[in-house]
Design a protein around this ligand. Structure first.
Ligand code: FES
Ligand SMILES: [Fe+2]
Length: 342
């Protein structure tokens, strides 16, 4: 357990689903404790600026956005989508102030597959944001939920296999409530690990909808990105779940579905409430966990069932170490088979 919240920097974080940011709109959001103004120009380009006016600190989100430039509410300074100051209304015509040097910090941002990713750190990005494997299109369904807990507890809670039979009890998720032994092999993968593709021994109602004989592959990567692919002879469904820290005590969990099923949209009226119910069960548990965490107890991670959580902490520690030592990241995860009952 870390004593002090630590957010890894110089990584791509999930900012928000592209569909929730319309042309000409801005959204103020705190990410990793930083106030950020996310916006989309009338021309459709997304941008992210520090939500603090460099003149005298009024949040830019208090001002106006005309679809091209943001105007500060206090003295009307204007900034373009790159953060460049473009106007200072108080200047008289003969006053020559070179305000081209005035800028508000802008963050690298990308929009792909319907997702908006933001790069938070001090360096320029050396790579591109995570990609949903095998899909060029946008997501077909998205659920965003606020977990009132520090990032690590949200991440560990969502990757933890042993809670499933206790927290997620529902006919549509598990027809058979008895615990069974699971054996899964994991391999290291970029900034994380992957549960090797395997046949699902016990199917579920949701997986059956995708078609018979489903195979599943699940991968996790820093800072908090999880892909679950379900592959059948006929179709593929990919569920992307991202965890982005808003601040020390709140984490935004976003789960998005991609699929090759032509009638997938018909599923949405059922899938979305079920997904919300499912995530709410996880959320309820972190709320309960917070009651205990207030007293700062020690936490245990046991072998196998909690090994993925251990890997998460090891990945995080190694990432931070590689940065402070200015060297390449060395994945601490080795190929391993884990066994647990769930
Ligand atoms: S504080 Fe923003 S223009 Fe002065
Ligand atoms: Fe869960």
């Amino acid at each position: 357990m870390m004593d002090k919240p630590l957010f890894l920097r110089d990584l791509w974080y999930y900012a928000l689903p592209g569909g929730s940011l319309k042309p000409g709109q801005t959204i103020a959001k705190t990410l990793l404790n930083e106030p950020i103004l996310l916006g989309r120009t009338q021309a459709g380009k997304v941008f992210a600026l520090r939500d603090i006016c460099p003149h005298r600190a009024v949040p830019l989100s208090c001002g106006r956005f005309d679809g091209t430039e943001v105007e500060c509410a206090y003295h009307g300074w204007k900034f373009d989508a790159a953060g460049q100051c473009t106007a200072i209304p108080a200047l008289t015509e003969d006053q020559t102030l070179d305000f081209s040097k005035f800028r508000v910090r802008s963050y690298p941002i990308r929009e792909a597959q319907g997702n908006i990713w933001i790069y938070i750190g001090e360096q320029s990005p050396q790579d591109e944001p995570p990609q949903v494997p095998g899909f060029d299109t946008t997501y077909q369904a998205a659920v965003v939920m606020n977990f009132p807990t520090y990032l690590d507890h949200a991440v560990v809670g969502l990757m933890d296999p042993a809670h499933v039979p206790f927290v997620h009890r529902a006919w549509w998720w598990r027809a058979d409530p008895t615990l069974a032994e699971e054996v899964k092999t994991f391999d290291p993968s970029p900034l994380g690990f992957t549960m090797r593709r395997h046949k699902l021994e016990r199917s579920t109602f949701l997986y059956d909808l995708v078609g018979g004989d489903p195979e599943v592959e699940i991968s996790f990567q820093l800072p908090g990105v999880r892909f679950e692919q379900v592959i059948t002879k006929r179709h593929r469904v990919c569920n992307l779940t991202t965890m982005t820290p808003l601040n020390d005590t709140e984490t935004e969990v976003t789960t998005l579905f991609y699929s090759t099923i032509p009638w997938f949209n018909l599923l949405k009226p059922f899938l979305l409430p079920l997904t919300r119910t499912f995530l709410n069960q996880d959320r309820d548990m972190v709320v309960k966990q917070k009651i205990g965490l207030q007293h700062n107890p020690g936490l245990m991670l046991i072998k196998d069932a909690d090994t993925q959580a251990r890997w998460y902490y090891q990945l995080k520690a190694e990432f931070a170490r590689s940065q402070s030592e200015h060297r390449a990241f060395i994945n601490p995860v080795k190929e391993q088979t884990l066994r647990w009952r769930s």
